[in-house]
Write a protein that binds this ligand. Structure first.
Ligand code: DCP
Ligand code: MG
Length: 359
C-alpha cells in the first residue's frame, strides 16, 4: 500500500455533550444549569447525555433519569429531539468535508479525519483541527473537541484530553513519552476484566505493559495480545474505514464473435439483466435506482451509451435503449453492457437528453 510507512495525520473530532449542547444553543436560559437530555423519569427513561454542569455533580449518560433527579433534584430534563441532532450533525460533517474526503464517521457527533494529504493551512493538522472547531462554533453554535495524532488510537485519546471545547496534539516525536504513563484501560478493547488481569501482574500503564514480551501477551490474551503489544507502544496501523458511496453498478460481456443483428443482441442482453439484478440485490443498504444504462462497443472499438431515468430494473426499457443505441452505427457489436445509476450520487444526471456517443 502506498500510504504504508508514511507519517499519517489523523484528527478525531467529538462534539461536547452533543444533544445537551444543541438544546443549550436553542434555549440559552439552560446554559450553566445542570441539564439532562433523555427519557422521562416516570417512564423509566435514561439519560442520553447531560451537560458538564450536571456531570460535575455526578450525573452521566445511560443513568436512569430517576436516579439523576435524586442526585440533582433541580436537574432540568429535556426530551430528545433526534431531528434537531441529525440536522446539527449534518452541518458538523459538512465542515469536516471542507478539509478532506477521508472521513470515518463514528456516530452523529464523532468522526476520524485523515488529513495526511491535505494542503489546507500549510498541511498542519493542528491548525486544521483548530479551524474546524472554530467553524463548528460559528455555524452550528456548539463546541467540538479534537485530538490530533499519527493514528486513530492516539487521536481518539487526545480528543478526550482537554474536553470540553479543547484540543490536544500528540506529535510523532511525543508518542513514546505520552504512551508511557497512559493507563492501560485507555486502550480500546481493554475492559474491566483485562484491566483487572493486568493489575494482578502489576501492570497499570502502557509503559508497564511494554515490559511484557509479545509471546507472553499472546499466551495470555490470544490474538488480542499482538494488538496490545503494538498499542502499548503507540502503534496503530488501522486505516480509516471510509464510506464510499456507490454511484453506479454495471455488468458487461465481450462476445467471442461480433453480433451482427439486433435480435441476437436482444437475446444476449437478458442474461446480463439477470446478472445485474442479482448484483443489485446483494448491495446493502438497498440502493435506489436513478437511471438505466446500455453500453455498446462496436467492432471498430468505438462505444456509445444510452440512458434513461428509471426507478427499477425493467427489461423492456433496456431493450428500447439497445434498439436506440444500435442504430447509431451500422457496424457489428463486440460488447454489450447493462447498468444502473444510483441515487445520492454526485455524478451528473443522465437522461435521454444527455446520451453520449464517443466516436
Ligand atoms: N448518547 C446516547 N446514549 C448514550 C451515550 C450517548 O443517547 N449512552 C447520545 C447522546 C450524546 C451523543 O450520543 O450527546 C454523543 O455521545 P458521546 O459519547 O460523544 O457523548 P457526548 O457528546 O454527549 O459527550 P462528550 O462531551 O463526552 O463527547
Ligand atoms: Mg461527544
Amino acid at each position: 500500500m502506498e500510504r504504508r510507512g508514511r507519517q499519517r495525520k489523523i484528527i478525531h473530532c467529538d462534539c461536547d455533550s452533543f444533544y445537551a449542547s444543541v438544546e443549550e444553543r436553542d434555549d440559552p436560559s439552560l446554559v450553566g444549569q445542570p441539564l439532562a437530555v433523555g427519557g422521562s423519569p416516570n417512564a423509566r427513561g435514561v439519560v442520553a447525555t447531560c451537560n458538564y454542569a450536571a456531570r460535575n455533580l455526578g450525573v452521566h449518560s445511560a443513568m436512569p433519569m430517576s436516579r439523576a433527579l435524586k442526585i440533582i433534584p433541580w436537574l432540568i430534563v429535556v426530551p430528545t429531539n433526534m431531528e434537531k441532532y441529525r440536522a446539527a450533525s449534518k452541518s458538523v460533517h459538512q465542515v469536516f468535508k471542507e478539509y478532506t474526503s477521508l472521513i470515518e464517521p463514528l456516530s452523529l457527533d464523532e468522526a476520524f479525519l485523515d488529513v495526511t494529504d491535505s494542503d489546507h493551512l500549510g498541511g498542519s493538522a493542528t491548525l486544521i483541527a483548530r479551524e474546524i472547531r472554530q467553524k463548528v462554533k460559528e455555524r452550528v453554535g456548539i463546541t467540538i473537541s479534537a485530538g490530533i495524532a499519527p493514528n486513530k488510537f492516539l487521536a481518539k485519546i487526545a480528543s478526550d484530553w482537554n474536553k470540553p471545547d479543547g484540543e490536544f496534539t500528540i506529535a510523532p516525536s511525543e508518542v513514546q513519552q505520552f504512551i508511557l504513563n497512559l493507563p492501560v484501560d485507555k486502550i480500546f478493547g481493554v475492559g474491566k476484566v483485562t484491566a483487572e488481569k493486568l493489575k494482578k501482574l502489576n501492570i497499570f500503564t502502557c509503559g508497564d505493559l511494554q515490559g511484557l514480551k509479545e509471546l507472553d501477551l499472546t499466551a495470555r490474551f490470544g490474538k488480542f495480545g499482538e494488538t496490545l503489544f503494538k498499542l502499548c507502544r503507540g502503534i496503530d496501523e488501522r486505516e480509516l474505514s471510509v464510506e464510499r458511496k456507490r454511484k453506479s453498478l454495471s455488468t458487461e460481456r465481450t462476445f467471442s464473435k461480433d453480433l451482427m443483428d439486433i435480435n441476437l443482441c436482444l437475446e444476449k442482453l437478458d442474461p446480463l439483466i439477470i446478472d445485474l439484478r442479482e448484483r443489485l440485490l446483494k448491495l446493502s443498504p438497498a440502493p435506489s435506482i436513478k437511471a438505466l444504462t446500455i453500453k455498446i462497443k462496436f467492432s471498430d472499438f468505438t462505444q456509445t451509451t444510452v440512458s434513461r431515468q428509471a426507478q427499477e430494473i425493467d427489461s423492456s426499457v433496456f431493450h428500447e435503449l439497445l434498439k436506440k443505441g444500435v442504430t447509431r452505427k451500422n457496424t457489428p457489436i463486440r460488447l454489450l453492457g447493462v447498468g444502473v445509476e444510483l441515487r445520492d450520487a454526485l455524478s451528473k444526471t443522465t437522461d435521454d437528453r444527455q446520451e453520449s456517443l464517443n466516436l
